[in-house]
Design a binder for this molecule. Structure first.
Ligand SMILES: Cc1cc2nc3c(=O)[nH]c(=O)nc-3n(C[C@H](O)[C@H](O)[C@H](O)COP(=O)(O)O)c2cc1C
Length: 208
C-alpha cells in the first residue's frame, strides 16, 4: 500500500477573508445547510477530542445536533469515557469536515451541560429503537457478548411496553454544549477564536 502517494488536487473556490461574515457562526450555519442539502453520509458528524486527567488526548465521532449562539450541541452518555473526561477537564476540540465541499471547520472551547429539560426534549425526538438502545447499551464499557446486549434490550422493551421511553438517568446529564462566554452580547468565544482559521481553511492556500 502506497499511502504516501495518495494525493488529491483541490480545485474549488477559496473562501476569501473579505467575503467571510464578521462572525463565524453564520458561516458555519451556512456550511451546515449546504452539507444538509446534499446527499452526504452523516453531514453533521464531527470529531470530538477530549483529554484525560493526565492530558492525554482521545478523539471519537459524535453528531452535531444544534449550532447557535450558545454553542455546538452534541449528545452522549455521562458514563462514557468522553463524559468522564469532560467532567474533569471541560475543554474540547471539534472538527467537522465535508470532503465533497472541500470544507473543514475547527472549534475549540469550554464544554458545559445543557439543562435536563433540554435533554428530555431531545431524547423524546429519538426513534423508539434508539431510546431503548440507550437503556440497553453501556457506552464505553466492554459488553461481554452480543447476547447480553440483546437481553438488556429485551428487558428495556418489556419495561416500557405500551408507554413512552423516558430518558435514562445516565443520559440526562450527558448532553453537552460547546459554550461561549456567559455574556449574552458576546459572540461565542470558540467560534470567534476560530474565525481566522475558518476564513483560511476552505481550499485556500493556508493549510489549517
Ligand atoms: C458517525 C458516528 C456518529 C456518532 N455519534 C455519536 C453521538 O452523537 N454521541 C455519542 O455518544 N456517540 C456517538 N458515536 C459513537 C462514538 O464515536 C464513540 O464510539 C462512543 O461515544 C464512545 O466514545 P468514548 O468511549 O470515547 O466516550 C458516533 C460514532 C460514529 C461513527
Amino acid at each position: 500500500m502506497t499511502l504516501a502517494r495518495v494525493r488529491r488536487e483541490y480545485r474549488g473556490q477559496a473562501l476569501l477573508e473579505r467575503r467571510a461574515p464578521s462572525s463565524p457562526l453564520p458561516l458555519l450555519q451556512r456550511w451546515l445547510r449546504d452539507a444538509l442539502r446534499r446527499d452526504f453520509v452523516e453531514p453533521n458528524a464531527m470529531t470530538l477530542a477530549t483529554v484525560d486527567a493526565l492530558g492525554r488526548p482521545r478523539a471519537r465521532m459524535v453528531l452535531l445536533k444544534r449550532a447557535d449562539e450558545r454553542g455546538l450541541t452534541f449528545y452522549s452518555n455521562l458514563r462514557s469515557a468522553k463524559a468522564r473526561e469532560l467532567a474533569v477537564r471541560p475543554h474540547a476540540a471539534l472538527v467537522l469536515w465535508w470532503p465533497e465541499l472541500h470544507r473543514q471547520v475547527r472549534v475549540e472551547g469550554r464544554v458545559s451541560l445543557v439543562s435536563a429539560a433540554e435533554s428530555d426534549a431531545y431524547f423524546a425526538t429519538r426513534p423508539r429503537g434508539a431510546q431503548l438502545g440507550a437503556w440497553a447499551s453501556p457506552q464505553s464499557h466492554v459488553v461481554p457478548s452480543r447476547a447480553v446486549l440483546e437481553r438488556n434490550l429485551s428487558a428495556a422493551r418489556a419495561r416500557f411496553e405500551g408507554g413512552d421511553v423516558p430518558r435514562p438517568p445516565a443520559r440526562a446529564a450527558h448532553d453537552r454544549v460547546l459554550a461561549g462566554p456567559p455574556r449574552p452580547h458576546a459572540r461565542p468565544a470558540p467560534l470567534r477564536a476560530e474565525r481566522q482559521r475558518l476564513a483560511a481553511c476552505s481550499t485556500g492556500a493556508v493549510r489549517p
